[in-house]
Design a protein around this ligand. Structure first.
Ligand SMILES: Cc1cc2nc3c(=O)[nH]c(=O)nc-3n(C[C@H](O)[C@H](O)[C@H](O)COP(=O)(O)OP(=O)(O)OC[C@H]3O[C@@H](n4cnc5c(N)ncnc54)[C@H](O)[C@@H]3O)c2cc1C
Length: 500
């Protein structure tokens, strides 16, 4: 049966939008539908991690994100005898190899807005008020029934379906994938976006009391704060401005803090679950559809963005004719990350509850810079003596590269849809020419030390721990796929043929 489109993406949250951008910039035909009538306006995930900022750097929207957010917002933690200020990212400043070193506070609606704008520039759009209701998955494609807001039903067929439809995912349920874990009904939180008078906007204000926890975090470049407060599960009262105000007065002990103009109010229940499969035939699950966890540590939206970033280039390669076993590596690489994130956020969740301390320092783990695919099927580490990052690791940045385009960063050279060959030393000249000839346009070469590009500050050599002539193949999603010191074209060309 012929298909109407190559990829149908169900759900236009941060995960679906990232996937759509990845497909759009590779000219893969797709549809992106969302059952909601319009974009969601709540702040929800407000911590964008450095690794997600690197994804946005690749998409060309990192500077807009940074302009609409704030790094290093100190927590102001109140106690009976005053307060203390804590920066959980203290000392984490950009380095030559890590341009984004700490989480950016930015409301999720703005993150989605930036992705939607990018998608528009790339010629894509979200079809709102269209819900996926039924599906059947066969060897050649996925047939679906879509329901429009006016009740009209539409049948459609796509070669591939991506379920990016959130924690209650219809795609996951219809695909018969279980969602194992637990719902901790005793851990509930009220959340919302409100205007606040009586508090400065330079701090994330936090009170820990025997009645519970209260946080008011200013949302940068808005006049709003995100309200978060633990709540007794026995309380049946619906979220309301009056309830939020009462909690503020009870827990802060102050009568000079006034809330008004709420734009979003909700009650959150702790749900820690994940799937046991990311792929069922021609269906993929990504983001909250595949894993939900505590917001402690600010991981959910970020993990979804990176699921999509991992899946996007692989789907595009397969639509372009590469063997579809490449798509199995999506689950191989991303499921262990989801398992790890679930463990990390659950541990942090219980630790915050036990100690009532949200001000625990963040590390490489929560910043998601240390995530790697070292043990994945796409990883080729041919060196025996490794001094820096190894195959499967995130490919570091390096500033002060020079060539006829002037001074630039390594990330400028990675930006785009291509693979990059990063070569140090003079052993590679003929090999690089042959590869460029065979993979014209799909591979770009950064050749350091044979005179084509100068590593003027030595940052690239340092970041990659290079002491001998070494060649790295950098995947389109910014991970080192292959690393070798042997100037033999066969394994390198074979590797590239498998992927592009
Ligand atoms: C209070 C709170 C704080 C949080 N803080 C953080 C944080 O700091 N950092 C962080 O990384 N994460 C955080 N999160 C988690 C983050 O909000 C989620 O992980 C994120 O929204 C997941 O994105 P997603 O695109 O996978 O799913 P969603 O954002 O849930 O998007 C799914 C979309 O699918 C659509 N949809 C659903 N069913 C269908 C259907 N049948 N057909 C078509 N469309 C459908 C929905 O309308 C929705 O737009 C927080 C969450 C909460 C509640």
């Amino acid at each position: 049966m012929p298909v109407d489109t190559s990829v149908l993406i169900a759900g236009a949250g941060p995960t679906g939008l990232t996937l759509a951008c990845e497909l759009a910039r590779r000219q893969v035909p797709f549809r992106l539908i969302d059952g909601a009538p319009a974009p969601f306006n709540g702040s929800r995930g407000k911590g964008l991690q450095p690794r997600s900022l690197e994804v946005f750097d690749d998409l060309g929207i990192a500077s807009q994100a940074v302009a609409g957010g704030r790094f290093h917002m100190p927590m102001r933690i109140y106690a009976a005898d005053g307060y203390r200020d804590v920066d959980v990212h203290e000392g984490r400043e950009p380095r030559p190899d890590v341009p984004y070193a700490s989480s950016l506070i930015i409301p999720q609606w703005r993150v989605e807005d930036l992705l939607r704008q990018k998608l528009g520039e790339l010629g894509g759009r979200v079809e709102y008020a269209v819900s996926l209701r039924e599906l059947s998955n066969d060897g050649d494609g996925v047939s679906v029934v879509l329901e429009h807001a006016d009740g009209r039903k539409e049948t459609a067929r796509a070669a591939w379906l991506a379920g990016c439809d959130g924690g209650r995912s219809t795609v996951r349920k219809l695909a018969g994938v279980s969602f194992d874990g637990e719902t901790l009904d005793q851990h509930q939180m009220l959340v919302g976006d409100v205007r606040v008078s009586g508090l400065d906007r330079e701090h994330w204000h936090i009170w820990r009391t025997d009645k519970g926890f209260l946080a008011l975090a200013p949302l940068p470049a808005t006049d709003q704060f995100q309200f978060q407060a633990s709540v007794d599960p026995a309380l049946s009262e619906e979220p309301s401005l009056a309830l939020f105000q009462r909690i503020v007065e009870e827990r802060s002990g102050r009568s000079d803090i006034h809330l008004d103009e709420p734009t979003w109010m909700s009650r959150w229940r702790a749900n820690m679950r994940m799937v046991d499969r990311y792929r069922v035939g021609r269906i993929f699950l990504a983001g909250d559809a595949a894993h939900v966890h505590s917001p402690a540590g600010a991981q959910g939206m970020n993990t979804g963005i990176q699921d999509a970033y991992n899946l996007g280039w692989k789907l595009a390669a397969v639509v372009g004719g590469i063997d579809d076993t490449l798509l199995d590596t999506y689950e191989d690489e991303r499921m262990p990350v989801a398992r790890w994130v679930l463990g990390l956020s659950t541990k942090l969740h219980f630790s915050i509850l036990a100690t009532q301390r949200a001000d625990q320092p963040r590390d490489e783990q929560t910043l998601q810079l240390g995530i790697n695919y070292r043990h994945g099927r796409l990883t080729r580490e041919y060196r025996t003596d490794v001094h820096g990052p190894q195959a499967g690791d995130r490919a570091p940045d390096a500033p002060a590269l020079r060539d006829d385009r002037g001074e630039h960063r390594l990330f400028d050279r990675f930006r785009g849809t291509h693979m990059t060959l990063l070569a140090f030393g003079t052993s590679w000249a003929g090999l690089l020419d042959d590869i460029e000839r065979e993979f014209h346009g799909r591979v770009q070469v950064v050749s350091i030390a044979d005179g084509r590009t100068q590593d003027s500050g030595g940052h690239a050599a340092r970041a990659y721990g290079v002491t001998r002539d070494t060649l790295f193949v950098i995947r389109p999603d910014g991970y080192i796929g292959l690393a070798t010191e042997v100037a033999d074209i066969s394994p390198i060309a074979a590797y590239l043929r498998q992927l592009i």
